[in-house]
Write a protein that binds this ligand. Structure first.
Ligand SMILES: Nc1nc(=O)c2c([nH]1)NC[C@@H]1CN(c3ccc(C(=O)N[C@@H](CCC(=O)O)C(=O)O)cc3)C=[N+]21
Length: 283
């Protein structure tokens, strides 16, 4: 028996169609949802990612602008630009592409974005809202993972979910979202002892470390759901996740591929958050 695939491309396509429909509704009321993306520096990967985000937006009827600045831009000038976008009522979502040049304090920049426009969900106010269960914006990657679990009708209540990785962007918010659905959540990280003993108990494993083969077949309980957030390159330069896909798919019940899994869902949830921001701003 091999695991069933959770197809992120297909689910993202479905979500984009829903976003397009809701966008029509807003446009009928004279509101054009608008995402502003800021890219600082010339990192080729960031250029590709931000171009994707602009294309995704325009394909679903949102409008998106990409502003690019040289790596030499001062932090002060970047903050001034963010404040101007905060004050612009036509702009509903602001995304500052990470990583930023080393001379900038990323968290300070993110904290300058108005929480009402924080479609990445990286602001402390967004993190706090998630933690106490108030409306805010959920970070796109873990939000997309939750949608993937929902798409297979998975009941999280009472299940044991193991999250590997504790980043502010994925691991921590992922654990909060799973907890919000009444799962029993274990967070694992670099200081965890006997990771395998924990993952073998898991009904759901989310691997979000950024290292290949963090999860192998011998670490997975038969039938478990495995979500792979990793985005790595193997020796041949091919994109691969944190999970040994070929091995784990022989044991798991469900598994997400890389590419075509969490990545496209991350991008789809950015559109959802942007639309949501526009709807909240135009009640
Ligand atoms: N402020 C900010 N917000 C972000 O959300 C953000 C960021 N900065 N900096 C960089 C990371 C990375 N990230 C990706 C999202 C989707 C794919 C994606 O769609 N991947 C495709 C493959 C793309 C390819 O072939 O390279 C897939 O997995 O199928 C990749 C990477 C968002 N990030």
């Amino acid at each position: 028996m091999t695991a069933q695939l959770i197809d992120g491309n297909a689910l993202a396509r479905q979500i984009r169609a829903e976003v397009a429909g809701r966008t029509e509704g807003l446009k009928a009321r004279g509101v054009q949802p608008q995402l502003s993306i800021i890219l600082v520096g010339e990192d080729p990967a960031s250029q590709v990612y931000t171009r994707h985000k602009v294309n995704d937006s325009t394909e679903t009827g949102l409008s998106a602008t990409l502003e690019t600045y040289p790596a030499s831009l001062s932090e002060e000038d970047l903050l001034a630009r963010v404040r101007a976008l905060n004050a612009d009522p036509k702009v509903h979502g602001i995304l500052v592409q990470l990583p930023l040049p080393k001379h900038m304090d990323s968290q300070k920049v993110i904290e300058t974005i108005s929480p009402t426009k924080d479609v990445d969900g990286f602001h402390v106010a967004s993190a706090g809202a998630l933690m106490v269960g108030r409306p805010g914006f959920w970070p796109c990657t873990p939000y997309g993972c939750m949608k993937m679990l929902e798409s297979i009708g998975y009941e999280l209540r009472g299940k044991h979910a193991v999250v590997i990785g504790r980043s502010n962007i994925v691991g921590k918010p992922m654990a909060m979202m799973l907890l919000g659905k009444n799962a029993t959540v274990t967070m694992c990280h670099s200081a965890t002892r006997d990771l395998k003993a924990l993952t073998l108990q898991a009904d759901v494993v989310v691997a979000a470390v950024g290292k290949r083969n963090v999860l192998t077949a011998d670490m997975v309980k038969p039938g478990a759901v495995v979500i792979d957030v990793g985005m790595n390159r193997n020796d041949e330069g091919k994109l691969c996740g944190d999970v040994d896909f070929e091995g784990v798919k022989q044991v798991a019940g469900w598994i997400t591929p890389v590419p075509g899994g969490v990545g496209p869902m991350t991008r789809a949830m950015l559109l959802v958050n942007t639309l949501e921001a526009a709807e909240r701003a135009s009640p």
